[in-house]
Ligand binder design. Structure first.
Ligand code: 21W
Length: 238
């Protein structure tokens, strides 16, 4: 999967080559290509913005500079995304569908704003990462790259993406490792019993309980068995 990122702050992406994503880059499973929009300025001072028509405070990024940066990576098979507070909020379903793409071109928004004409010209899909204000689209772009990369074949071991939170709309069960006793807190006996069917049932119950307590609205979307529903009714009583 190839990601082309159009940004005024390419250095912000320096830390993506760590951990799991770093390994995915090394193994050539993903390729992150950073394009500095400023490199496409024709101005002798590398200026990319100008005062807004109609007046008002601040500056606006020029459309021609962004368009030239875009044309340097343009590919008719690529999906173009504009990280913008006006976009639809990213969710796990969207992440999974984007992971099926071969090539994503990501334009990072900016607090100054980008001239609307280049947005209309490129007609990207607008995506936000949540209802709060950030200083730019760079962190959102990293959130998108990180979440999408996890679904690219070979980046994670298979089970990790199918069993986890949000894909089935249930929160995860709690996990434990050594030591057996930590600050007087013991690992639940059942996990040491070796009885796999009981462990599976316990984990399912913990998962349901966790969801009921922390994110009850998710239960409306979860796939629940008759046994799950019965268990949740008992939860409700107590
Ligand atoms: C902050 C961009 C404020 C635009 C009149 C017209 C990308 C983001 C961003 C930012 C403004 C995302 C203006 C969640 C976010 C992002 C920076 C408004 C001023 N005045 N998801 N335009 N939150 N944020 N511009 O902030 O670029 S995805």
């Amino acid at each position: 999967m190839k990601f082309d990122v159009l940004t005024l702050f390419p250095e912000m992406f320096d830390n993506l080559n760590k951990s799991i994503l770093g390994r995915a880059i090394e193994k050539d499973l993903i390729n992150i290509n950073l394009i500095n929009i400023r490199d496409f300025s024709k101005d002798k001072h590398k200026k990319v913005d100008d005062t807004p028509y109609g007046g008002g405070a601040g500056m606006v990024i020029r459309p021609d500079v962004v368009y030239d940066a875009y044309n340097s990576v343009k590919d008719k098979n690529a999906k173009v995304i504009y990280m913008s507070p006006q976009g639809k909020v990213l969710d796990q379903e969207k992440v999974e569908s984007l992971s099926k793409e071969q090539h994503l071109i990501i334009l990072c928004g900016h607090y100054e704003g980008i001239d609307q004409r280049v947005i209309d010209e490129i007609a990207p899909e607008e995506i936000s990462i949540g209802n709060y204000v950030l200083t730019g689209g760079e962190i959102p772009a990293m959130v998108l790259i990180d979440s999408v990369s996890r679904y690219v074949d070979g980046v994670l071991n298979k089970e990790s993406t199918s069993e986890e939170s949000f894909c089935n709309n249930l929160l995860e069960y709690p996990q434990y490792t050594r030591p057996e006793v930590f600050n007087n807190r013991e690992v639940p006996d059942i996990l040491k019993s070796g009885h796999h069917e009981n462990i599976r049932k316990w984990r399912r119950a913990e998962s349901l309980k966790n969801t009921y307590v922390k994110r009850p609205e998710l239960l409306n979307y979860a796939q629940l068995s008759d046994e799950d529903v019965k268990f949740l009714k008992e939860c409700q009583k107590s």
